[in-house]
Write a protein that binds this ligand. Structure first.
Ligand code: PMP
Length: 275
């Protein structure tokens, strides 16, 4: 069961207008929630980010945040979802193709859930990555539908036979195709500051809180690709990837090439936030 416009209905009964601005312009915003044990993880943080993305691109949410929460919870129940994800997007609405924001379009909400499992093998065994120039715009803090650079980056990684891509601007590491990145060097945890160049990941925030409560030294400070290759531990964070170690970048091993002890500690602590 999906939710589209104002109702729950089977996917095949949804009719999407070619005039939806999401289709022409990527003119919309979205969120992806993890569902653990039938409940939305970090619901409030995701809702706040949804609200912020909407207001920054001047899309009026079609419902209150509370109502959206109710819709998503009902979606979970209707689909008897225990573990998976919930996707919700809001486009600016339907109007004949023209750049200016339409005066009267009604924003359209689409939501559905998946049973995508936790990436247990990748979290245990780690993944490999390549570095690539971050060619995105300067509002990467907004979760908009304009994901072509992200999909191209991910495909570049797959074409190189690795799973992920580490994006950088002039050598400064920003984030990955659909996750944030952190590195540990000499017991200090580094990650790019939450500014306009990265998405302010909910998982990133949870991990930083956990690291602080473990009395780890945390620095929201940018680092270079060279520093990254010399790190003791590297991992990515995200709703779908949780905390996944990166063991090799551009064909070079990170430290001894196995998941590091602090990464594993953070993974254990992270599991305790929803188990
Ligand atoms: N950066 C980008 C570009 C992303 O698409 C995502 C996934 N939403 C993240 C970071 C991680 O954010 P979160 O932890 O909120 O899923």
């Amino acid at each position: 069961m999906y939710f589209y416009k104002n109702q729950f209905l089977p996917k095949n009964d949804i009719h999407i207008s070619p005039d939806d601005r999401g289709y022409y312009f990527g003119d919309g915003i979205y969120e992806v929630f993890r569902v653990y044990q039938g409940t939305l993880y970090e619901q409030e943080a995701h809702m706040q980010r949804l609200q912020r993305s909407a207001s920054e691109v001047r899309i009026e949410l079609p419902y209150t945040i509370d109502k959206i929460g109710e819709i998503l919870t009902e979606l979970i129940h209707k689909n008897a979802l225990v573990e998976g994800t919930v996707y919700v997007q809001i486009t600016r609405g339907e109007a004949p193709r023209a750049h200016p924001f339409p005066a009267h379009a009604e924003p359209v909400l689409l939501a559905y859930c998946t049973t995508v499992p936790r990436p247990v093998a990748a979290m245990q065994q780690g993944i490999q990555a390549i570095t690539l120039a971050d060619i995105r715009w300067l509002r990467c803090d907004l979760k908009t539908l304009n994901l072509l650079p992200n999909t191209m980056a991910k495909q570049a990684a797959l074409d190189h036979g690795v799973q992920e891509v580490v994006l950088h601007r002039d050598g400064i590491v920003t984030e990955c195709s659909a996750s944030n990145i952190m590195m540990i060097k000499d017991n200090v945890l580094y990650t790019h500051p939450a500014n306009h160049l990265i998405l302010h990941g909910i998982t990133r925030a949870v991990v930083l809180r956990l690291a602080q409560s473990l009395e780890m030294n945390v620095k929201e400070q940018a680092f270079t690709t060279e520093q990254l290759l010399l790190a003791d531990e590297v991992f990515i964070t995200g709703t779908t990837v949780e905390i996944t170690p990166i063991l090799q970048i551009d064909g070079k091993r990170i430290a001894n090439g196995s998941p590091g002890p602090l990464t594993q500690t953070l993974q254990r602590e992270f599991e305790r936030t929803f188990a």
